[in-house]
Design a protein around this ligand. Structure first.
Ligand SMILES: Cc1cc2nc3c(=O)[nH]c(=O)nc-3n(C[C@H](O)[C@H](O)[C@H](O)COP(=O)(O)OP(=O)(O)OC[C@H]3O[C@@H](n4cnc5c(N)ncnc54)[C@H](O)[C@@H]3O)c2cc1C
Ligand SMILES: NC(=O)c1ccc[n+]([C@@H]2O[C@H](COP(=O)([O-])OP(=O)(O)OC[C@H]3O[C@@H](n4cnc5c(N)ncnc54)[C@H](OP(=O)(O)O)[C@@H]3O)[C@@H](O)[C@H]2O)c1
Length: 448
């Protein structure tokens, strides 16, 4: 019997488990599957942890999400085609849910099946060796401090790429009297109430961590971009300046001459794709981009078609793109999709990579990833979903952010699966301090 190892039980690993379960439901004989996750429970980044640094076994903590994190994109864009929000919650819910609500949704469909017993939790994959025929996968059971090796025919790498922080150094950091941290370790903006915070970066973490600090009462928030400013109309108390030059004592000195007193510096400088368990010839080496090279259809390792990578792209699309990738990977493993010859694969990869390199605007990037996901969608029996609506919603969302970065999360969209419209949330995001599932779902009737 074919054996498949899945490394990671985050959204990508769970999509893979779900894809096989759906095939089994249709009466197909599926391979033997073992999924490994180094955490104690499933859900990947969405499984919030208060921990930073190492866990109780000395293993680096993968979690990068924080308390009070709300979805930064409309939930309609990430909806599962085979399990709508309406089905999970029994009613339409607002378009920008907090983390706990999305976590509940991600787990909803897998809880209905028997996937959990295929997962070995608190188990870190430490090595994958290809012996010319199959893979020898070594894993460490952290609770019992034991290591084992098992042989698999296929390996699906689904360990995420937002867990290992990229931490640059700037002059003066060693002598800075305040706190310096990476967004990976950011857990609670309350810590920065009444403080002067400097945030480095110009992408989603910089934007959202800065907004969180402002929302929870920071005295000032100064965001320093390196290449392109985000350029939003920041509220009073927030500003965007050009590139940090150095720290001198508690002063941050920027390349545009700006000087700011700082109590804390938060590095929102991104993450490293990190695969310490893979040998060099199987290791994806890439920055955070929309089409990492060497992956056929963004999934299959060019030089070994029994190795798949899921979710390694920079992400506009998330959960339904992961599903399309998982369904595609499943069908390759089950022999339903034939991999073309080497030159076809190279041509296909080059086509996508060269298209990606020409992208200039956010709208073009949205189009690119929508086209990629649509193409993958045609290759398997993943259920119907309206990708044209998703494309449109993403673009409207981008424009809402430009209109007002403080209010974009108060907007509503319609579902690409059921067509239902997300109701307006009872409390505007700027003043919604309680991010619990209960409070979010309890829509007081008189406020609607
Ligand atoms: C701060 C932050 C906020 C985000 N917010 C959103 C959002 O609002 N909406 C959205 O759609 N996306 C968001 N994302 C994007 C996020 O990448 C995806 O939503 C999703 O979590 C990716 O799923 P994944 O399975 O690829 O990776 P992960 O969620 O990272 O899961 C990977 C899993 O692999 C496990 N693992 C890693 N290494 C090993 C190993 N060696 N052995 C065993 N297990 C291992 C980890 O424990 C983890 O459980 C956010 C990302 C970050 C960093
Ligand atoms: N739900 C939410 O609200 C939420 C919140 C946070 C994050 N996220 C998600 O988290 C993921 C990761 O986002 P991310 O912003 O952490 O990573 P990212 O998108 O890869 O961005 C990395 C940023 O770091 C900057 N940078 C890198 N090196 C630098 C240096 N030496 N000095 C200054 N700046 C430097 C880059 O700027 P250059 O352009 O200059 O290279 C870029 O702006 C995304 O999928 C995002 O959607 C979601």
């Amino acid at each position: 019997m074919t054996k498949v190892a899945i490394i990671g039980a985050g959204p990508c690993g769970l999509s893979t488990l779900r894809s096989f379960e759906q095939a089994e439901k249709k009466g197909e004989k599926i391979p033997e599957i073992v999924c490994f996750d180094k955490q104690e429970d499933w859900g990947g980044l969405w499984n919030y942890s208060w921990r930073t640094g190492s866990d109780q076994y000395g293993d680096p903590v993968p979690n990068s999400m924080y308390r009070y994190l709300w979805s930064n994109g409309p939930k309609e864009c990430l909806e599962f085609a085979d399990y709508s929000f309406d089905e999970h919650f029994g009613k339409p819910i607002p378009s920008f849910p907090p983390r706990e609500v999305l976590y509940d949704y991600i787990l909803g469909r897998v809880k209905k099946g028997n996937s959990k017993n295929k997962i070995k939790f608190s188990t870190t994959v430490t090595s994958v060796v290809y012996n010319g025929n199959n893979f020898e996968v070594t894993y460490r059971d952290k609770k019992n401090a034991t290591s084992s090796t098992e042989v698999f025919d296929y390996v699906v790498v689904a360990n995420g790429h937002f867990s290992v922080p990229f931490i640059p150094e700037y002059p003066g950091m060693k002598a800075f009297p305040g706190r310096i941290m990476h967004s990976h370790d950011f857990r609670d903006a309350e810590e920065f109430r009444d403080k002067n915070v400097v945030v480095l970066g110009s992408s989603y973490s910089a934007e959202d961590v800065a907004l969180q600090c402002h929302k929870y009462g920071a005295k000032s928030v100064t965001i320093a971009y390196r290449h392109n400013p985000m350029g939003f109309n920041w509220p009073k108390g927030m500003k965007e300046v050009y590139h940090l030059d150095r720290l001198e004592g508690n002063k941050a000195i920027f390349k545009d001459g700006h000087v700011q007193e700082a109590d804390a510096v938060i590095l929102c400088t991104g993450y490293l794709h990190h695969f310490p368990f893979l040998p060099e010839d199987l290791k994806l080496k890439t920055g955070n981009r929309l089409y990492p090279p060497k992956l056929y259809k963004g999934v299959v390792w060019q030089n070994n078609h029994k190795l798949m990578y899921l979710g390694m792209q920079d992400q506009f699309h998330t959960f339904n793109m992961f599903d399309c990738q998982a369904w595609f990977a499943r069908d390759i493993i089950m022999g339903k999709i034939k991999i073309p010859d080497t030159s076809e694969i190279e041509k296909d990869i080059n086509k996508w990579v060269s298209m990606e390199e020409k992208l200039e605007s956010a709208d073009q990037m949205i189009d690119f990833q929508t086209e990629y996901t649509k193409e993958l969608h045609t290759l398997s029996d993943y259920p119907k979903i309206d990708f044209e609506l998703i494309r449109k919603i993403f673009k409207e969302w981008e424009h809402h952010k430009v209109e007002n970065i403080m209010t974009y999360r108060n907007k509503s969209f319609s579902s690409p699966v059921t067509g239902s419209i997300g109701p307006k949330h009872h409390t505007a995001w700027e003043v919604a301090m309680d991010d619990s599932l209960k409070t979010f779902l309890d829509q007081p009737k008189n406020k609607l």
